[in-house]
Design a protein around this ligand. Structure first.
Ligand SMILES: C[S@@+](CC[C@H](N)C(=O)[O-])C[C@H]1O[C@@H](n2cnc3c(N)ncnc32)[C@H](O)[C@@H]1O
Length: 364
C-alpha cells in the first residue's frame, strides 16, 4: 500500500493495535468485575456458597496483572521495528481518536497462547507433533554432505511467533518467516530480538478460559519463555517479513522450499495459496505442509469462503502442477491446548510433501 491514503490507513491500523494491546489489562479486568457484580446480585445463600469462587476471581486478577506487565516492554520497541516507519506517529494522532479493534482482545489473548506454543517448554509437545515432521523432511531432502544449507532458501508463511522458521534457520538453512498479524509481529520481534535470558518471563496463557477447569489453578497454569535463547540469531540466515503472503511474494521461481504449518486453511480461497506456493518455488522445489482444514473464513459473515475437502485439495494440488511425493492423514496434533483443561481438542492433521517438477510441461 504505497499511496498516501494507504499509508495513512496502515498507520491508523497500527495505532489501533497498539491501543488494543494497552487496553488488555482494563478490558480483561472488566470481564472479572462483571462476574463479581453477578455474584453480588445473587441470593445471600449463593453468595456465601460462592466465597471460594470470589477468591478465585481475585487470583485471576493477579494473573491478568502479570500478563499485562509484559505488554509495555513489547510496545516500547513496536514503533521502531519497521525501520522507523511508525516512529513519529504517536505525535500525529491523539490517542482518544484511535479506535480499539473489535476482536482485539481475542488477538492479544491468542498471542499469550502462541507464546506458550512457540517459546515455552510447556509447548514442546505441540512443537514436536507439528514442527518436527516438517523439519525432519527438510533435513532429509537437503543432507549436509550434499548441500550448502546456507544457500537453501526456505519460506515459512503464516509463521506466527516464528519458532518453526527459527528452528529451520538453526539447522543452517536460510529461512524467512512471513506473518501479517501485527499482534504476532510485534511480540515475535521482541522475543526474537530482545529476550536476553532463558525462561525470563512468566505468563498465564489460558487465564481467559473460564470454562472446563477442574480448579482455578488449571486456568492459571503458567508458561515461562523463552525456553531457548533466540539471540544471537541462528547460524543460518533468519528473517521475518510483515504482510500478506499473497502480496509480499510475487517473484516466481525464488524459493527452494516452502513450509506451511496450520496455515493453508487461513485463506478465503485456498487455491490461491496453492497457486502462489507453486509459482514462487524454483523448479524442483518442495512444498511441505502439516495441519488441519479449519477454514478460518468459513463462519464469517460477509466473507467469500470456500472449504474444499482434502480429497478435492489433492486434485487441485496436482492440477496446479505439483507432484505429490508423500501424503498421510491422521497426524495427531494440538494447537495452543491447555493440558489440564477438561476440553481437549486434537486434530487428525494431514501431512504432505509436494514437488514442483523440474521440467514443467506447459499446457498448449
Ligand atoms: C493458525 S496460525 C499458525 C501459526 C504457526 N504456523 C503455528 O503452527 O503455530 C496461522 C498464522 O498465519 C497467519 N496468516 C494467515 N493468513 C496470512 C496471510 N495471508 N499472510 C501472512 N500470514 C497469514 C495468521 O496471522 C496466523 O499467525
Amino acid at each position: 500500500m504505497n499511496t498516501e491514503a494507504g499509508v495513512r490507513e496502515e498507520r491508523a491500523y497500527f495505532l489501533s493495535v497498539i491501543k488494543t494491546f494497552k487496553s488488555y489489562r482494563d478490558q480483561s479486568l472488566k470481564k472479572i468485575h462483571s462476574k463479581e457484580r453477578c455474584v453480588v446480585s445473587l441470593p445471600n445463600d449463593h453468595k456465601t456458597w460462592l466465597e471460594k469462587y470470589n477468591a478465585d476471581l481475585q487470583k485471576l486478577k493477579e494473573g491478568i496483572e502479570k500478563n499485562s506487565n509484559f505488554i509495555p516492554l513489547v510496545l516500547e520497541h513496536a514503533y521502531t521495528m519497521f525501520d522507523n516507519v511508525y516512529s513519529n506517529m504517536d505525535i500525529i494522532q491523539k490517542d482518544d481518536e484511535v479506535p480499539l479493534l473489535a476482536d482485539g482482545l481475542d488477538k492479544v489473548q491468542s498471542v499469550f497462547k502462541q507464546l506458550m506454543r512457540d517459546w515455552s517448554s510447556l509447548g514442546a509437545a505441540e512443537r514436536k507433533q507439528c514442527y518436527e515432521p516438517i523439519i525432519e523432511e527438510i533435513i532429509a531432502n537437503y543432507p549436509e554432505d550434499k548441500f550448502d544449507r546456507s544457500q537453501i532458501q526456505i519460506l515459512v508463511p503464516g509463521a506466527g511467533l516464528g519458532r518453526l522458521a527459527f528452528e529451520i534457520a538453526s539447522r543452517g538453512f536460510k529461512c524467512q518467516g512471513n506473518e501479517f498479524n501485527l499482534f504476532m509481529l510485534i511480540v515475535s520481534f521482541y522475543v526474537l530480538n530482545l529476550c536476553q535470558n532463558v525462561d525470563e518471563y512468566e505468563i498465564y496463557p489460558w487465564i481467559h478460559q473460564y470454562c472446563n477447569n477442574i480448579s482455578v489453578e488449571d486456568q492459571m497454569l503458567t508458561a515461562r519463555f523463552p525456553d531457548v535463547k533466540p539471540m544471537p540469531s541462528p547460524k543460518g540466515n533468519f528473517s521475518m517479513t510483515a504482510g500478506d503472503f499473497l502480496e509480499v511474494y510475487t517473484n516466481n521461481d525464488e524459493w527452494h522450499c516452502v513450509a506451511t504449518c496450520f496455515f493453508i486453511d487461513c485463506a478465503p480461497n485456498v487455491v490461491q495459496f496453492i497457486e502462489t506456493i507453486y509459482d514462487i518455488l524454483k523448479p524442483g522445489g518442495l512444498w511441505i505442509n502439516l495441519g488441519p482444514l479449519l477454514y478460518h473464513y468459513s463462519d464469517m459473515r460477509n466473507e467469500k469462503s470456500i472449504e474444499p475437502s482434502f480429497k478435492v485439495l489433492c486434485d487441485v494440488i496436482k492440477k496446479v502442477g505439483f507432484e505429490m511425493e508423500k501424503c498421510s492423514t491422521g497426524i495427531k496434533t494440538k494447537y495452543c491446548q491447555n493440558p489440564l483443561s477438561m476440553l481437549q481438542y486434537e486434530y487428525d492433521s494431514v501431512f504432505f510433501v509436494c514437488r514442483k517438477p523440474v521440467d514443467i510441461i506447459m499446457d498448449s
